[in-house]
Write a protein that binds this ligand. Structure first.
Ligand code: AMP
Length: 486
């Protein structure tokens, strides 16, 4: 069944069931159906034959869901833009997307489609479903095109793997809709007739409100970055009694530290913990693994999982050859979940995408390794730095820091002096109480790290924080961390 039909079905079967709850506002499946139909009819009347993308600008309001589905029902892809994105960048995104118009919650509220013919001709297959802008290495945002077929492949996999209870799940929506992690909770929820429970910037600004919201949320499926869960763990009452119905944590987007997984298993004995991995260009995620006590005992750092059925995750060497199992190479993804490329950027598309044995393939720029069918993520290929002539992968160093039992999470940043990298600094969230002075404790950590790595890789500075500041997308904010060092 077409994803849109799957979602619309709930509008007929369970019209009063909440599809979305955000800041106390409720959108039912019945409302989602009629309002998105109205938006589709209105867009057709407004834009005539243009199939240009529709930008949707807001912050987790129910009207954003109405606008997303309305655009797709009218055969136009949507471009989600969260209000946390600075105005100048929003302008560049809208220009790069060639967006026909911008729908805001207020504009969606004002849409009246009475008297308009309903001409629904939603796309399928290779037609674009949404276009998501990510940061390009040049600083210019790149629009990743995700087609109906891409999304279909991803959603089918998730539904098959997770056995969501139809009509009974409540999904946490932590990530803004402009970040592809949100696609996981949004479409898993809508496809299964579940309720999407958004936490907004108001909750994150006032953590008491966040925990109060959790208590009445009825959450069954948690979807977030590991950083966000790590922040919640700091609250002692963040445990089963706060979320008694929770059945699983699904993580993606950053390294899941063993310590985070282990604490969650302790605090939520009734819930599973999953690590998943993938870039926006391959539709949210492509590998997954359930992190059990046995997995924690066996691997540190943790694997990101095995490839999804129907898609291959390969480790390739410099010349595109497959490297032997256990050796390091670039993670390449080939399959029906891989995007056709970047909107209007054939140059960038040609650099990153290619065809492999007849399948669309994407070079992730991530270092990885395969062991026993599991993929291990080992940092970005472009986070390579040279310190005093030594070539160091920051991701590699971070993974080794996290492997120390004293460390819950770590970010390593270069310290520059007169325009060149002079040393490395580790910013660390500890898993244990610090003993003795900072100096003595740091010396101890350096010794332990020196047992795993060559001396030139051991950071000179160590800085201890309770939690990492986060970007609007919920990943550790490296820029803010760099300011701590200044
Ligand atoms: P994005 O396109 O914003 O989702 O970022 C994708 C990138 O995030 C990947 O290429 C990886 O570098 C990183 N990433 C995604 N999932 C994981 C994971 N489970 N563990 C470590 N890094 C991850």
């Amino acid at each position: 069944m077409h994803l849109l039909e799957q979602i619309d079905r709930w509008g007929h079967l369970t019209p009063d069931q909440p599809a979305h709850i955000s800041d106390g506002r409720v959108l039912t499946y019945g409302e989602l159906l009629t309002r998105s139909d109205a938006v589709a009819a209105w867009l057709d009347a407004e834009l005539c034959d243009s199939r240009a993308p529709v930008a949707v600008h807001g912050h987790k309001e129910p009207e954003m869901l109405v606008a997303f589905l309305g655009a797709v029902k009218s055969g136009r892809p949507y471009v989600p833009i969260d209000i946390s994105i600075p105005a100048q960048r929003v302008e560049r995104i809208i220009a790069n997307a060639g967006a026909a118009l911008i729908l805001t919650p207020a504009r969606v509220d004002g849409i009246v489609a009475e008297g308009l013919p309903s001409r629904r001709r939603h796309g399928a297959g290779d037609d674009p479903f949404y276009i998501l802008f990510t940061s390009g290495s040049t600083g210019e945002p790149k629009g990743v095109i995700i087609t109906h077929a891409n999304l279909r492949h991803f959603v089918s996999w998730m539904l098959a793997e997770q056995n969501f209870l139809t009509g009974e799940e409540t999904f946490l929506n932590q990530a803004p809709f402009s970040f592809d992690l949100s696609v996981m909770d949004l479409y898993a929820s809508l496809a299964t007739g579940g309720t999407l429970f958004s936490i907004t910037k108001n909750h994150v600004a006032n953590l008491k409100e966040l925990y109060a919201a959790f208590r009445i949320s009825g959450l069954t499926t948690w979807v977030s970055t590991p950083s966000f869960a790590q922040m919640c763990i700091i609250e002692r009452t963040f445990a089963e009694p706060m979320l008694p119905n929770l059945r699983r944590f699904l993580f993606c987007g950053e390294t899941l530290a063993p310590e985070t997984a282990s604490q969650l298993l302790e605090r939520f004995p009734q819930a599973e913990v999953w690590n998943t991995y993938g870039p926006t260009e391959a539709t949210v995620d492509t590998t997954s693994v359930r992190i059990t006590r046995e997995v924690l005992k066996k691997w540190s750092p943790l694997p990101v999982g095995a490839q999804m059925p129907g898609t291959r995750v390969l480790i390739l060497g410099e010349n595109g050859e497959r490297v032997p199992a256990g050796e390091r190479g670039q993670i390449v993804i080939a399959g029906p979940n891989v995007s056709p490329g970047y909107l209007g950027r054939d140059d960038l598309t040609a650099q990153a995408f290619f065809t492999l044995d007849g399948a669309r393939a994407y070079r992730t720029g991530d270092w990885g390794r395969e062991r026993e069918g599991q993929i291990f993520f080992e940092g970005r290929m472009d986070s390579q730095v040279m310190v005093n002539g030594y070539r160091i992968e920051l991701g590699d160093l971070e993974a080794n820091l996290r492997a120390l039992p004293e460390i819950a999470d770590a970010v390593v940043l270069p310290v520059e002096k007169q325009g060149r990298i002079d040393a490395l600094a580790a910013i660390v969230v500890l898993a244990v109480e610090k003993t003795g002075s900072d100096f003595a404790f740091t010396a101890q950590l350096k010794t332990r790290l020196g047992e795993r790595l060559p001396a030139y890789m051991v950071p000179r500075k160590f800085l201890y924080v309770d939690a990492f500041p986060m970007t609007a997308n919920g990943k550790a904010d490296r820029r803010k961390l760099a300011e701590l060092l200044a």
